[in-house]
Design a protein around this ligand. Structure first.
Ligand code: FMN
Length: 208
């Protein structure tokens, strides 16, 4: 892994991991994108870091993510690259519309980050990078997780959808007969990859 963005035709996608439950969705999504040779601009909020550790263990800390992904999902994840940014760094390249990042996924997205994005607050790099995607009319995929949801939270999703974001809730389905947590994570990562225009076999296609 290295911090330089690709100089070739590889796709450059921002991935933000915030402090909602569902760190496994973020890891599976990152792994699938890296396996496809993507370059990822990665932001992990303070609580995103905590949830990685709490839900996936000490080997999933941000400074060890490349090794965690290779050990969990295979060496193919080393095909891609990622650059990790501080959530406090509002001067990072993805804080500007002049950067070449074509899309952003916030997975999982906390209700706090959702609120910040919905109201264009740009208090940190997650919120600012998402704001850039909206103002530049680029793809922004928000994967919220909370239950139950308050009216302000529901309204914040509507605001984001109205501004052009795709709301892709962390709601795995069961019709594909999942047997493991990985099956559920594969389903969510597959939905995200489809939304980004990738083909994949992360879950079986519904045959009717
Ligand atoms: C163990 C744990 C689980 C949490 N799960 C959620 C969740 O599923 N959804 C959510 O909106 N917030 C959840 N939170 C609260 C957020 O982490 C908290 O609001 C935090 O300030 C979000 O900040 P961030 O969006 O900058 O990561 C959780 C917190 C902890 C400690």
């Amino acid at each position: 892994m290295h911090a330089e963005p690709p100089q070739d035709s590889r796709r450059s996608i921002a991935v933000a991991i915030t402090g909602a439950s569902g760190a496994i969705y973020a890891m599976r999504t990152m792994a699938a994108l890296l396996e496809r040779g993507c370059h990822l601009e990665l932001i992990v909020s303070e609580y995103g870091r905590r949830l990685l550790r709490d839900e996936l263990g000490d080997t999933a800390t941000v400074d060890k993510l490349a090794d965690y992904l290779a050990a969990t999902y295979g060496e193919g994840t080393r095909k891609g690259t990622y650059a990790l940014y501080s959530n406090k760094d509002l001067g990072a390249k993805i804080a500007s519309g002049s950067q070449d990042c074509e899309a952003m996924v916030v997975v999982p997205c906390s209700m706090k980050s959702l609120a910040g994005i919905a109201h264009g607050l740009s208090r940190n790099l997650v919120e600012r990078a998402a704001d850039v995607m909206l103002k530049e009319r680029r793809t922004l995929i928000i994967v919220p997780r909370e239950t139950p949801m308050s009216l302000p939270q529901l309204r914040n999703m509507v605001l984001c959808a109205e501004a052009g974001a795709m709301i892709l809730p962390a709601m795995p389905a069961f019709y594909q007969m999942p047997r493991t947590l990985d099956d559920l994570a594969d389903f969510m990562a597959g939905k995200i990859l489809s939304a980004l225009g990738f083909t994949h076999a992360l879950y079986p296609a519904w045959k009717g």
